[in-house]
Design a protein around this ligand. Structure first.
Ligand code: MG
Ligand code: MG
Length: 258
């Protein structure tokens, strides 16, 4: 069963999404050489709690942080640590979740610490473009894997443009979101279109491609969390929580523009 939200419930999810968006914007300002990922975690937790929300990651199956901070060859689920001090040229992916009034927001960005290499910049842009292609493929009465297919197609097209064969991580993917962070359905980042559950107004999904500069094979550190590329190549991760409305996708974790 996929949770269907009313318009008022989606408004409540947008409020949670904004807490996440503002927190990630704050993290982006502070992700500088010499700053540790534990410093960023503290900033994130404060930002979330100041908004009257709760960091959803903290304590999730025992996860110790309020953000996942994944550096360079770490793909996702990196544990913030005082010993993980950011250096010029690092590629940092930050995943953040918040619960406000019982509703979840979940979003991730990749950031360049100091100067970015051309390859890292292209990787992050390709991952972001794949996310947006997935979002653009959402339509009421469409099917779930329309999104998967759009993500994969854009990742491959970006690779063609950039002259790189990006690894597309398939062990992890998107998910339903609402009263819980991870809900049905699982959303693969690859696949043929036209399969899986039918998309309905009132559903909300997290769209989150992860691409690498090399392999799509992953390894997990013995901390039980950190997922890294098996070949040491760098990875990027972008994510938005998106609602399906009558007029199309509504990006619940998008920043506000004034
Ligand atoms: Mg996330
Ligand atoms: Mg997610």
């Amino acid at each position: 069963m996929i949770e269907i939200k009313t318009a008022a419930e989606l408004e409540a999810m947008r409020a949670a999404g904004l807490v996440v968006a503002r927190t990630l914007a704050l993290i982006a300002e502070h992700a500088k050489p010499g700053v540790s990922t534990a410093d960023l975690d503290q900033i994130a937790e404060q930002s979330i709690r100041d908004a009257g929300a709760v960091p959803s990651f903290k304590g999730y199956h025992g996860f110790p942080g309020s953000i996942c901070a994944s550096v360079n060859d770490q793909i996702v689920h990196g544990i913030p640590a005082p010993t993980q001090v950011l250096a010029d040229g690092d590629l940092l992916s930050v995943d953040c979740g918040a619960i406000l009034e019982g509703w979840h927001g979940d979003s991730a960005i990749s950031l360049h610490v100091g100067a970015a290499s051309a390859a890292d910049h292209a990787l992050s842009e390709a991952t972001k473009a794949a996310m947006w292609a997935g979002i653009a493929a959402i339509q009421p009465d469409g099917r779930l894997t329309d999104i998967s297919h759009a993500v994969q197609t854009e990742a491959l097209a970006a690779g063609e443009r950039d002259g790189v064969s990006y690894g597309i991580i398939t062990e992890y993917g998107g998910h339903g979101i609402g009263r819980q962070m991870h809900m049905d359905p699982f959303l693969p980042n690859v696949g043929k279109p036209g399969k899986g559950p039918r998309l309905r107004v009132g559903m909300a999904l997290a769209i989150e491609p992860m691409l690498t500069l090399g392999t799509a094979e992953t390894e997990e550190l013995d901390d039980g969390w950190t997922v890294l590329t098996a070949d040491g190549s760098r990875a990027a991760h972008w994510e938005h929580s998106v609602a399906i409305t009558d007029s199309g996708p509504w990006v619940l974790t998008a920043p506000e523009y004034s």
